[in-house]
Design a binder for this molecule. Structure first.
Ligand SMILES: [Zn+2]
Ligand SMILES: [Zn+2]
Length: 415
């Protein structure tokens, strides 16, 4: 027998190991499943973060204006100050190289080099990925061009495939600020054509909204204090264990205490900055979802979010057990079957993400809240539609990377 909601008297939704909740009024949806095998301290933080994240996602989904984004400006300012450090070091180093002492000048140059701003290197980012240029995947590139035109987004300079990834991402890297779009095969195998258009609309939407540039401007603030915190983390080995004696022991232990406190302080600053930046990121995701709707229409965008929420159900379908050369086709068939069979459960899983994905540290609003937000947008006709022949070609162009993944999965299975 299932329990019913205290206010609306409908049966509560249940998923394994999760506290039940009301599917209609969301009663108890903000309750977090008990966190096991962790310290009291971690549980406290996780519980508070979850509660606050849940509230933040809800406000975002209902369109309630959450304090206008002053956070971004502050982070840009902090980043500017942090960038001033290497800049000042370079100026001082040049002066010292001329006026001496030269050694200190060289040392300062080294410091400036170590704390230099990093734009990311295209080659490093593409490591382990497969570049998919227009000559090898003309249909996919043509589709991307159409989505770019429909959303007013710039097209990516590089399209790549990350075979094992259940998702997709974009970034901008290098001095030339090259736009990179990366697609994961399990995601491609899990969606229908309109949903892939929605996905491309969302990802290119990040280019259109210049989200990577916004991130880049705040990057020093986002990472520096984290580096400081981990650099200052004190050794776990005590002075006694190191057989230190007398003054050495005292100095060592005092340093361990002081660096521990400084590390903790730096981490607190890092966490605060991260939370503020993540709020900005979540809003950016919402704007990207608007462009997904423009490209693919509302229904297909909602379908994409549903597929994402149901990923846990598809894990068994995408396996090394597939005929050689037919991985993409077989996976697509199995996932489609699983989606049809679990249609009623998708709503429950989607709602559950509102609980499980809620965090102030998350760069995405939960899938369930994104679904609510998109549902409330006006429905417009899809700007990009894909015909049978075009869709078959796009799938065929991506199929070789499904084989790469199939081989990897089969090898893991054998081990
Ligand atoms: Zn209820
Ligand atoms: Zn996104």
């Amino acid at each position: 027998m299932t329990d019913t909601c205290p206010t609306c008297a409908v049966p509560l939704a249940v998923e394994e190991d999760e506290p039940p909740w009301c599917p209609r009024c969301e009663w108890n949806l903000d309750a977090l499943a008990p966190i096991e095998h962790s310290t009291w301290f971690y549980r406290q933080i996780r519980t508070r973060d979850h509660r606050a994240g849940f509230r933040a996602d809800k406000l975002l989904a209902t369109g309630t204006p959450v304090r206008p984004g002053g956070g971004h400006g502050l982070l840009v300012a902090v980043s500017a100050v942090l960038l001033a450090v290497p800049a000042a070091a370079v100026v001082a180093a040049i002066w010292l190289l001329v006026a001496g002492p030269v050694v200190i000048g060289l040392l300062l140059l080294l410091v400036a080099y170590l704390v230099r701003p990093r734009l990311g290197r295209v080659r490093t980012i593409l490591k382990g990925l497969y570049r998919l240029d227009a000559d090898r995947a003309p249909a996919l590139h043509a589709l991307i061009d159409r989505v770019a035109a429909a959303t007013g987004a710039p097209r990516p300079d590089i399209v790549a495939v990350e075979p094992g990834l259940w998702g997709a991402w974009t970034t901008v890297a290098g001095i030339r600020q090259r736009r990179i779009l990366t697609l994961g095969i399990p995601l491609v195998a899990s969606v229908e054509r309109g949903e892939l258009v929605a996905l491309l609309g969302h990802e290119l939407g990040h280019f259109a909204n210049r989200d990577s540039r916004r991130r880049m401007l705040t990057m020093p603030a986002r990472v520096t204090f984290g580096h400081i915190a981990s650099g200052l983390r004190p050794s776990r080995v005590s002075g006694m264990e190191r057989d230190l004696l007398g003054l050495y022991l005292i100095v060592y232990e005092v340093w361990r205490l002081v660096s521990g406190m400084l590390s903790w302080l730096a981490f607190a600053v890092h966490a605060t900055i991260h939370v503020s930046a993540a709020r900005d990121d979540r809003r950016a995701e919402q704007e990207a979802d608007r462009l997904a709707v423009r490209a693919a229409g509302r229904a297909a965008t909602l379908g994409l979010l549903d597929a994402t929420a149901a990923f846990p159900l598809f894990h068994g379908a995408i396996s090394g057990v597939a005929r050689k050369g037919y991985a993409m086709a077989e996976w697509r068939e199995r996932v489609a079957l699983s989606r049809a069979r679990n249609e009623s459960r998708t709503g429950t899983l989607r709602q559950l993400t509102i609980r499980t994905e809620a965090s102030l540290f998350s760069s995405h609003p939960s899938t369930g809240r994104r679904h609510q937000f998109v549902s409330a947008l006006p429905d417009t006709a899809p700007a990009v539609t894909v015909n049978d022949a075009e869709w078959a070609t796009v799938v065929r162009e991506l199929a070789p990377y499904a084989e790469t993944l199939r081989k990897e999965l089969a090898e893991q299975y054998e081990m």
